[in-house]
Structure formats: C-alpha cells, structure tokens
Design a protein around this ligand. Structure first.
Ligand SMILES: Cc1cc2nc3c(=O)[nH]c(=O)nc-3n(C[C@H](O)[C@H](O)[C@H](O)COP(=O)(O)O)c2cc1C
Length: 208
C-alpha cells in the first residue's frame, strides 16, 4: 500500500473479530522495531507480543474493561487476538550517552531535554500501528495506567530495568460504534493545520 493511502486509514479501532492472527503476520509487524529511529541508535525499545487468552483477560480486567462492557462498550482488549506491549529500557540511553562521542563539553552525560527513551517508544509504537494497517489489520493503543503496570510486570515477566509504555491491540476490525461515539477523535474537532504547523517562525513573519 502506498504511504499516502495508508495514513488516512489509520485510526484507533476498539473492537475486533475473534480470529487469531497468523504468526508470520505478527512477526512482520513487530520486526519493524529494528527499523525504528532511536536516539544515538540506543535501540532501547522492547516489544512483548501477547496472544494468550488468560493474560489478555488479566490485562483487560486491570483496566476495568468488564465494567465498560457491562455499560455497553465493545470488548476492546478482550476481543483483540494479539497485544503488543511497547516497552523501553532507559539504561540503554544512559549507557550509549556515556560513550565518548556523546559526552558534553564537560565530558559528562548530557542533560536530557526530554526523555528520549519515551520518545523512541512512541516511534516504535507508530511503526506497529502503521504496519498493522499495511497488513490489512486494525490497531488501537492505550497507555500503561499505574494500576496496569504491576499486572504487566507479573504476567509478562518484564524485568525491573524495562518500563512498559503503551499497549497496542491488533486484530481484524469489527464495528465499535459505542467507543467511536465517545473517543476524543469523535468528540473534539481536528485542530486546524495553522495551529499545528508554523513555517519559518511561530506567529508569522518577523517585521523588519
Ligand atoms: C499515549 C496514548 C494513549 C492513549 N490512551 C488511550 C486510552 O486510554 N483510551 C482510548 O480510548 N484511546 C487512547 N488513545 C487513543 C487516542 O484517543 C487516539 O489516538 C486519538 O483520539 C486520535 O484518534 P485516532 O488515533 O483514531 O486518529 C491513546 C493514544 C495515545 C497516543
């Protein structure tokens, strides 16, 4: 699929058909992590693929999905045949930025302007979302809420030095009218391009 055709098709889908996904399709989706950009080529992104029914149910329960389903929402996480938990290993960045070519003028590790390890997790997540569409699938994403993190650590055996950042749901799309009615995308207008993109300078041309 051409990228210009793929991009408008990407949206968060919050309900899936109950069909397992072929292993090779999942492999193609998660292999994209090796193509993700990373600060200093630290490659701190880590992915955990989850297809086990009991683990998916535990994750759904941790985010109170059964209550939502009882309220009439589609079973977003439970219906997804596969989840990809996007994680980051912060120490990979400190290790990399303590190498000679990355030290500041004082010979120290840089003051991090933003946590690059979180930025890079987002870049990896984006590749998973887009590749899912390229594979003819749908995907959704939610962040790792405080109450979800210990559940992920326990069920997925995530090591202490790795932080789960987001969970991507994958599957063949099913109708999600209840979710669509309440998600931010449906309830808030898309911001105008003029608010989001500035050319040359914020606020227009400098007066001479
Ligand atoms: C970091 C992050 C966390 C999100 N968490 C949730 C969530 O908890 N629940 C949800 O329904 N959508 C969640 N979303 C999806 C956004 O609501 C969605 O991307 C946004 O409304 C734009 O819609 P679109 O992606 O379908 O274009 C999250 C997205 C991101 C990037």
């Amino acid at each position: 699929m051409e990228f210009r055709d793929l991009l408008p098709r990407r949206r968060m889908v919050r309900n899936y058909l109950p069909e397992p996904l072929p292993r090779e399709v999942l492999e193609r989706i998660v292999e994209t992590v090796r193509r993700a950009p990373s600060a200093g080529y630290s490659q701190g992104q880590r992915l955990v693929v989850v297809t086990d029914d009991a683990v998916r149910l535990a994750i759904a329960e941790a985010i109170h999905e059964p209550d939502r389903v009882a309220d009439g929402f589609e079973p977003w996480v439970q219906s997804a045949p596969a989840l990809v938990v996007v994680c980051t290993r912060e120490d990979d960045y400190h290790d990399r930025y303590r190498q000679a070519d990355k030290l500041d003028e004082q010979g120290r590790e840089i003051d991090w302007p933003v946590p690059y390890w979180h930025f890079d997790a987002g870049a990896a997540a984006m590749l998973v979302l887009l590749t899912a569409v390229d594979e003819g699938l749908a995907a959704g994403l939610f962040g790792v809420f405080a109450e979800l993190e210990p559940v992920l650590r326990e069920h997925l055996a995530i090591p202490d030095d790795v932080t789960p950042v987001a969970v991507v749901t994958l599957g063949r799309p099913a109708a999600d009218p209840r979710w669509s009615a309440v998600t931010s995308r449906a309830t808030r207008p898309r911001r105008p391009l003029t608010q989001l993109v500035h050319w040359e300078r914020w606020g227009g041309r400098r007066e001479r």
